[in-house]
Each structure stands twice: as structure tokens, then as C-alpha cells.
Design a protein around this ligand. Structure first.
Ligand code: NAP
Length: 463
């Protein structure tokens, strides 16, 4: 994919970039390694002061950075502001907690002293997606740098301006140039970086094929990886759920980020006794969402990222119909009443859509829909709801909605996912770990577990 910034609301090219040459990459890896040799010996106080400064830079520049995000990837402007603020929170969180999370842990043995010590491992490569172009990067970078590693970012090819801005933020905060560098490279150049002996580990957030590719390259090079991949999160609604609150969250959970979030609720599994009522409520709310110019603060849904994403969802909806499924609302781009000017006609907009009427076993019902499209299924009872929720190759997040105490525990225990939320939307939060199981990947970001992914967990035994 060419490295280019394209406004998805208009289709207009903002700026194109040339990929780094092998010589330029080599110079950046040398700098990352050189700085690591100094940085790994720095104190938590030094790192923490710089990470706090990064948080302040983000907050000081949040309006400008939010405009950059919305321009490059199309999320509504308030959501971009919230993303910059959350990135600042991630920096503050690890600036304050890293020392505690990585403190020596004494272990009682027959040695005179035995302990676990957490030490940095070296330059880490992060391959990141465009959907949360700031938050995804900061949730890697804040813990990685606080642990004493240096960071290398290969960002998605369609958000190069965000990628360059993030590097600039770390510089402005006082980090040395080698601490965090953006590599403007294509996906085909990633393997050589992973194989380079100066790079010690890698993390990737993105699609399954990208995860498999990075995972196998890293496997051959015997390097640690964390993979955060796709999801098709279930959202289970049981009869005792608070209907208004659940409906309101259902809409947010599906529509977040123009429907392009890995942890969006994608499969709505409704108990048969409330299914009709819930579906009516969803349809009414989906139809009321304004679609259009993401810079207009009253707009709720902006464009999809690019033409390919638009064509993919159109193909998925067509296959749903072909399989005998029902389109409850949306599903037709030509009927969109876009909010904004003429220039939006070339944008990649898709209407809020609900699909129903198919068995969850149908092949199309098992795919991830990375667009504002909700899939609805019915269950006879809580047991069937749990079985359907778990009947997926993915295992990222899951939520269940019920006021029944026994059911809360039943779903918390039984849902097969890295993150289970009861009566709340699935979300990432710096204080708690985030990650998936099954084909949604492995390893964790955030919380104490996140910062311990890219460290040497050293056993020290003094006899
Ligand atoms: P993608 O195509 O996999 O891109 C993600 C990143 O991987 C980009 O930087 C991309 O670079 C790079 N990449 C692609 N192919 C690669 C390869 N063969 N080797 C190395 N790097 C490669 O992902 P996407 O389709 O844009 O993003 C949507 C997917 O990401 C969805 O499945 C979504 O659920 C998932 N996602 C997961 C999480 C999570 O936390 N679990 C969060 C967000 C998104 P180029 O841009 O240059 O191709």
C-alpha cells in the first residue's frame, strides 16, 4: 500500500510519502540500539518526568492533533479529542505506576536471597493500525519506554501524518531522538526489521493475516511477540436487563469509531422474550444517527477508512442477503442523507445497518464486520445465549446484560474472551489488561501485565 494520507470523507489526497530505503532504516535501527544502551540505565524518575511531559504535550496540542486524526481517518472530531486525552492518560498512568509494576519481587526459597527482577529488553517494533492512530501507539509506547526499552513504530500506511506527529511529541517531551522513532515503511519491509538482530521484540495490532505474517517471521527469528487481532464480540441481552441503558450502550458499542473498532459489539444475541422489543429500539436509534462530515460536532458517524473497506462491507451485506438473511435497516448507500457539503459525495460513507434472520452457523455470520453493521441473533435461554456467544473463532471482548446476580457470574465465568464486561461496554483502560484469546491474538497490553510483556523477567538466586 502506498504511504499516503487520504481524507476518507472526501477521497482527496492530503499528502504522499516515500518509504524509507534500507540504508535509512539501518540508520534508525542503529540509533534505537545506541539510545537503548543509555536509556536502559536511566532511572524511573528520569523516564517518568519525560512521560509526564509527553502527556502534557498531548493535552496542550489536543485540538490540533484531533483535527489531524479526523482528517486522516474520519472519526467524529469529539472522538478524536477523546482519543488524544486518553493517550495522555496512558502516559500519566505508566509514568506513575511503572516503578511499582517493575519493582523487585522477593521469593522465599532456600537461597539466602532470591527474587524476580524486571529489566528492559531493547528496541521493540510496534506495527499499528489506523483505527485509533494515537491511542494504539501510546498504549504500546508508554509502558515500553517506561520499562527502559526504545520504540520503533511502523504505523498503518494511511496515517503517516499521525505517525510523524507522535514521534514529534516524544521529542517535544524531552525524549532523545533514538527513544521513539517512526519508520515510514510498507508492510513488505516489516520482516527485515523484525529479523534485524538489534530489534528484540515486536507487537502488532491489526488483521489476522498481518498477525500471522509477523508472528511467523518473529517465530523464525525467536523473538517475543504480542498480537492484538480481530474480533466479533458478542453483546448478550437477557430479560432482566435495564432496557434503556442496554439499548443506549448497544448503539455506542457498535457505532464507536464509525463501526471500526476491534472491540465493537458485533453480534447481538437477544433472549427471545425481549428480542422484538430490543430490535425495534435498535432500529429506531440506528435510523436516528446522523452520518456525514466528521468535523461537524453533531455528526455521529463519519466515513469508513477507504474504498476497499466500503466495497468489503457492501460485499458482506450482499452475501448476507444471498444467504436468505434480512436487512432490518440501512444496507443501501444510495439512500444515505449525508450531513455536509457536496465534497462528501466522493467519501466512503456507509449507513448504520442491522442484519438479522440468519443462523449463527452461516459462514457470513461468522465473519468480522468492520463497519457500522450489527448482526442480530436470538436465543431461547441463557445457556443457548452463552453457547452462541462462544461459537466464534474470535475471543477478544464480550459483554452480557442482566440484573440477575447468578447470570452475571454465569457469563463472567463462561464467556470465552480476553475481556468480559457485565452491564458495561467493552473498553480498554490503562489500569486493566487488554487482549484476546483464540484467533484474536495473544499477550496483553495495559495494566501491570502489559508492561511486563516486553521485559526480561530475570530470576536472581544468591545462594
Ligand atoms: P491490517 O491491514 O492488518 O494493518 C495493521 C497494520 O499491519 C498496518 O500497519 C499494516 O501496514 C500492517 N501490516 C499489514 N500486513 C502486514 C504484513 N503482512 N506484515 C507486517 N505488517 C503488516 O489491519 P486493518 O485491516 O487496517 O485493521 C483492521 C483489523 O485490525 C481488524 O481485524 C480489527 O479488529 C483489528 N484490530 C484489532 C485491535 C486489537 O486491539 N485487538 C485493535 C484495532 C484493530 P500497511 O498499512 O502498510 O498495510
Amino acid at each position: 500500500m502506498a504511504i499516503a494520507s487520504v481524507n476518507p470523507a472526501t477521497g482527496g489526497i492530503i499528502e504522499e510519502f516515500t518509504a524509507l530505503t534500507p540504508q535509512e532504516i539501518d540508520a534508525k535501527l542503529a540509533l534505537a540500539d545506541e539510545e537503548y544502551q543509555r536509556f536502559r540505565k536511566s532511572s524511573f524518575q528520569e523516564r517518568s518526568a519525560k512521560m509526564h511531559a509527553a502527556s502534557e504535550v498531548l493535552l496542550k496540542r489536543k485540538e490540533e492533533l484531533a483535527r489531524l486524526i479526523t482528517e486522516e481517518m474520519g472519526k467524529p472530531i469529539q472522538a478524536s479529542v477523546a482519543e488524544v486525552e486518553k493517550s495522555a492518560w496512558g502516559c500519566r498512568f505508566y509514568a506513575d505506576k511503572a516503578e511499582e509494576f517493575l519493582a523487585d519481587e522477593m521469593v522465599e526459597t532456600e537461597a539466602s536471597k532470591s527474587l524476580i527482577r524486571y529489566q528492559p529488553i531493547g528496541p521493540v517494533l510496534a506495527v499499528m493500525p489506523w483505527n485509533y492512530p494515537f491511542w494504539q501507539v501510546f498504549r504500546f509506547a508508554a509502558p515500553a519506554l517506561m520499562a527502559g526499552n526504545t520504540g520503533l513504530l511502523k504505523h498503518a500506511s494511511n496515517v503517516p501524518k499521525c505517525a510523524l506527529a507522535i514521534e514529534e511529541i516524544f521529542r517535544e517531551a524531552g525524549f532523545a531522538p533514538g527513544s521513539f522513532q517512526t519508520l515510514l515503511i510498507s508492510a513488505s519491509q516489516v520482516a527485515a526489521v523484525v529479523e534485524d538482530p538489534r530489534v528484540k521484540a515486536a507487537t502488532l495490532t491489526g488483521s489476522e493475516p498481518a498477525g500471522m505474517s509477523l508472528g511467523s517471521t518473529s517465530g523464525k527469528a525467536l523473538k517475543k511477540t504480542v498480537l492484538e487481532l480481530g474480533g466479533s464480540d458478542p453483546f448478550v441481552v437477557l430479560p432482566s436487563a435495564d432496557m434503556e441503558k442496554t439499548l443506549e450502550t448497544a448503539v455506542n458499542a457498535r457505532m464507536l469509531n464509525n463501526g471500526q473498532s476491534c472491540i465493537a459489539a458485533k453480534r447481538f444475541i437477544l433472549h427471545k422474550s425481549i428480542a422484538d422489543q430490543f430490535l425495534d429500539g435498535m432500529r429506531e436509534r440506528f435510523n436516528a444517527l446522523s452520518v456525514g462530515d466528521p468535523f461537524d460536532s453533531s455528526v455521529k458517524i463519519g466515513p469508513l477508512i477507504n474504498r476497499q473497506a466500503l466495497e468489503e462491507v457492501e460485499d458482506q451485506v450482499a452475501r448476507w442477503k444471498q444467504a436468505g438473511g434480512e436487512i432490518v435497516c440501512g444496507g443501501d448507500r444510495s439512500e444515505l442523507d449525508l450531513q455536509g457539503g457536496e465534497e462528501l459525495q466522493q467519501g466512503f460513507f456507509y449507513p448504520p445497518t442491522i442484519l438479522a434472520g440468519l443462523s449463527p452457523e452461516t459462514p457470513i455470520a461468522r465473519e468480522e464486520f468492520f463497519a457500522p453493521v450489527a448482526l442480530v441473533f436470538r436465543a431461547d435461554d441463557a445457556e443457548e445465549a452463552l453457547r452462541l456467544a462462544n461459537d466464534t473463532d474470535f475471543g477478544l471482548g464480550a459483554s452480557a446484560w442482566t440484573e440477575d446476580e447468578a447470570e452475571k457470574e454465569y457469563f463472567a465465568q463462561g464467556l470465552e474472551a480476553g475481556c468480559v464486561f457485565i452491564n458495561s461496554m467493552v473498553k480498554s483502560d490503562p489500569r486493566i489488561p487488554f487482549g484476546g484469546i483464540k484467533r484474536s491474538g495473544y499477550g496483553r497490553e495495559l495494566g501491570r501485565d502489559g508492561i511486563r510483556e516486553f521485559v526480561n523477567i530475570k530470576t536472581v538466586w544468591i545462594a
